[in-house]
Write a protein that binds this ligand. Structure first.
Ligand code: NAP
Length: 248
């Protein structure tokens, strides 16, 4: 396993699902980690305690990813408590699935703010310290839906496609400072976000997955860890699908 000892990471939305797995993967590789959450205070405390028992530095921080000011505070907290920030993983995200006919303005803006504006908020807050230290690794958790689109997810697909454009633009802007920026596009991963889908929809999705299995959070977490590791030093501006072959 690659050693990420002495590296400092900030992961948004680390209290559940994919974000929680990313925190676990990075902490297991020796990284110290701050993760944010919005409402899962109790889950965050449990995560902190479990990692502390293993001698790992993992700290939760309550911050709404959609808020520019709170993102600034989360980055300040990270720099103060970990001594800096080498890795940023923009993972926090929500869905408000509805066909356009039924979609309210707030369904659209809430999703854009939580999923896309959050990426601006955190990247903007972290880019100065990363540029000063001439090192940084940023990974944005997009979605295959940002590449293919999906009926009933115009808001979500727009936010995830926006993340891809943002990723490539930032990759070009900061490459000369030894900062990389990549996106991961998960397919169907079993988390709270997808648990609400009906069994027949899950079966229909499975029919379109060549590897014939739904994805797990750890599949995404391991890809993120790779992109943050020295093995990916020469990779930037890319979108890696973790989808069992669904979008090839
Ligand atoms: P999840 O199980 O619903 O967990 C979402 C996480 O994001 C939670 O930790 C939640 O915090 C946090 N969060 C949500 N809104 C937030 C906000 N405004 N501020 C701060 N934290 C916020 O979701 P998931 O399935 O793990 O998804 C994680 C990411 O992967 C999302 O960006 C999602 O779009 C993307 N993705 C997921 C799938 C999939 O199949 N699951 C596929 C493609 C892409 P609380 O616990 O406090 O609510």
């Amino acid at each position: 396993m690659t050693d990420l000892k002495d590296k400092r990471a900030l992961v948004t939305g680390g209290s559940r699902g994919i974000g929680k797995s990313i925190v676990e993967e990075l902490a297991a590789m020796g990284c110290s980690v701050v993760f944010t959450y919005q409402s899962s205070e109790e889950a965050a405390k449990v995560i902190e305690t479990e990692h502390a028992a293993l001698g790992r530095k993992v700290l939760g921080f309550k911050a709404d990813a959609a808020s520019f000011d709170e993102a600034q505070k989360a980055v300040e907290f990270t720099v103060q408590n970990l001594g800096g920030c080498d890795f940023l993983v923009n993972n926090a995200g929500i869905t408000r699935d509805k066909f356009l006919m039924m979609m309210k303005e707030s369904d659209f803006t809430d999703v854009i703010d939580a999923n896309l504006k959050s990426v601006f908020n955190y990247t903007k807050a972290v880019i100065k310290p990363m540029m000063s230290q001439r090192f940084g690794r940023i990974v944005n958790i997009s979605s295959v839906v940002g590449i293919t689109g999906n009926a009933g997810q115009a808001n979500y697909a727009a936010s995830k496609a926006g993340m891809i454009g943002f990723t490539k633009s930032i990759a070009k802007e900061v490459a000369s400072r030894n900062i990389t920026c990549n996106a991961v596009a998960p397919g169907f991963i079993q988390t709270d976000m997808t648990a609400k889908l009906k069994d027949e929809i899950k079966q229909e999705l499975l029919n379109h997955i060549p590897l014939k299995a739904l994805g797990e959070s750890s599949h995404v977490a391991k890809t993120v860890a790779f992109l943050l590791s020295p093995a990916a030093d020469y990779i930037t501006g890319q979108v890696i699908a973790v989808d069992g072959g669904m979008t090839m």
